[in-house]
Design a binder for this molecule. Structure first.
Ligand SMILES: Cc1cc2nc3c(=O)[nH]c(=O)nc-3n(C[C@H](O)[C@H](O)[C@H](O)COP(=O)(O)OP(=O)(O)OC[C@H]3O[C@@H](n4cnc5c(N)ncnc54)[C@H](O)[C@@H]3O)c2cc1C
Length: 226
């Protein structure tokens, strides 16, 4: 490969940070130049600092048709990459790998099919992208969080479709308890297509509950973060 094409190859992987939007003490949205990167809502990208060989997976938060790229990141305090991402400033460059993954809506949507999106924490990110990319979806989001500070961009969702399940804070506009408690009290109809995203223990527990309520495994899609 000659020097010019090698340089082109590298430049297509570096994306400039346009904005850092801090949502609470630990969680932030990184807005990047899109550089014509195409993706399907629900896919994730590997992202890392420009001066490092290390990257981590992040679901794409922005919509397919947005002219920018966003990720929603929670800083893991003793983590290797997320604290470095948190310190970034607009103008810095990040390495962005090709979008990958199969956590996506059916290519041909079934008219009238009800969708249930169940997230823990930043696991809401691919659902934000689904909804931004596909206006008119008939969805409900169950968002498992500790307290109200983790209701990331909740104003974006119609209040009738967004249910925060807070495990450590009681408040008027949230269900007090875990998503698993909510599902046990509010059984899911077996023809609901369910998407689960976040930590593995939530996903395992929710999977079992949905199956016990008659939702078949073909109707359950999962993306495990850790
Ligand atoms: C497909 C996929 C998509 C992902 N999308 C996102 C996303 O959209 N937003 C996001 O914030 N993270 C996402 N993650 C997690 C992300 O890739 C990193 O694991 C996370 O940012 C920690 O990286 P680190 O280098 O700071 O920590 P590391 O040094 O790699 O790991 C430290 C420890 O933190 C654990 N950990 C990872 N994530 C969390 C978390 N959220 N809370 C508590 N502990 C955690 C790991 O299991 C590990 O034990 C995704 C992971 C996968 C596999």
């Amino acid at each position: 490969m000659n020097e010019v094409s090698e340089a082109n190859k590298i430049s297509t992987k570096l994306h400039e940070i346009v904005e850092m939007r801090h949502l609470n003490e630990s969680t932030f949205v990184v807005k990047l130049e899109k550089n014509n990167l195409e993706f399907q809502a629900g896919q994730h990208i590997n992202v890392g600092p420009a001066n490092s060989i290390h990257t981590r997976e992040y679901s794409i938060y922005s919509g397919e048709n947005d002219d920018f790229l966003e990720i929603l990141v929670k800083e893991v305090s003793d983590g290797f990459i997320s604290p470095v991402l948190k310190k970034q400033r607009p103008g810095n460059m990040l390495v962005v790998e090709e979008p990958v993954g199969y956590f996506s809506l059916p290519r041909k949507s079934n008219p009238g099919e009800k969708l249930l999106f169940i997230a823990s924490g930043t696991g809401i990110s691919p659902f934000h992208s689904f909804i931004k990319s596909n206006p008119g979806l008939d969805f409900t989001i169950l968002h498992g969080i500790r307290d109200n500070s983790e209701k990331y961009d909740s104003d974006f969702y119609s209040s009738s479709r967004y249910i925060a399940c807070t495990s450590r804070q009681k408040s008027d506009n949230s269900y007090f308890g875990r998503v698993t408690n909510y599902l046990e009290e509010n059984p899911v109809l077996s023809n609901t297509r369910c998407y689960l995203c976040g930590n593995s223990s939530m996903i395992h527990d929710v999977y079992d509950i949905l199956e016990s309520q008659g939702v078949s495994s073909e109707m359950i899609h999962a993306e495990v973060y850790f």
